[in-house]
Design a protein around this ligand. Structure first.
Ligand code: NAG
Ligand code: NAG
Ligand code: NAG
Length: 148
């Protein structure tokens, strides 16, 4: 009886910590949360864009992306606390800072519970664009979200 009770408590603790802590996982397997996959493309010919993604708990470091290449990361969406990753981008003398995933982005993109959800960002000369599909850079369905 005692052992079963301890096991139950242990299981409950694992569930609770999964809900309350929010984990960047190496593989996309999320327990009772939405796995999100974020990919950021450099759509500016001959450019090298510096990307620095952060959240309250994680600093994903500096990464350089070049034309046609991308930087990606994934995480499990916390169902209790709202998820927020922001990023600093720069190339040449241009600079921009925006939330790569937050409630607003999730609302636009739409997340399916327990299914893998994608957010794609495309950095272009005139600004940054969002989509829930990996599209050609000139596809008109990219949504312009802001400017450098
Ligand atoms: C990119 O660089 C190459 C080689 O320097 C040059 O020939 C080409 O015109 C450049 N393209 C753009 C769009 O700047
Ligand atoms: C990114 O590129 C710049 C300029 O070439 C370089 O100084 C920097 O070390 C690079 N950063 C990374 C993380 O590779
Ligand atoms: C996301 O996908 C759905 C279904 O394909 C589509 O209706 C919606 O417009 C898409 N949103 C964006 C921002 O691409």
């Amino acid at each position: 009886m005692g052992i079963f009770f301890t096991k139950k408590l242990c299981y409950l603790f694992i569930i609770l910590s999964c809900f309350t802590s929010f984990c960047v996982t190496p593989s996309v397997s999320c327990f009772l949360t939405i796995p999100w996959f974020i990919q950021i493309y450099d759509g500016i010919p001959n450019s090298t864009i510096s990307v620095h993604v952060k959240s309250k708990d994680d600093d994903l470091g500096f990464h350089n992306i070049t034309y046609y290449n991308s930087y990606s990361f994934h995480f499990c969406e916390n169902v209790i606390h709202s998820t927020l990753f922001w990023a600093d981008f720069s190339y040449g003398s241009k600079f921009v800072h925006f939330n790569v995933i937050d409630d607003k982005v999730m609302e636009i993109i739409g997340g399916i519970l327990f299914a893998k959800s994608h957010a794609y960002w495309l950095m272009k000369e005139d600004g940054y664009y969002l989509s829930n599909k990996s599209r050609a850079y000139d596809d008109p369905s990219w949504i312009l979200m802001g400017k450098w």
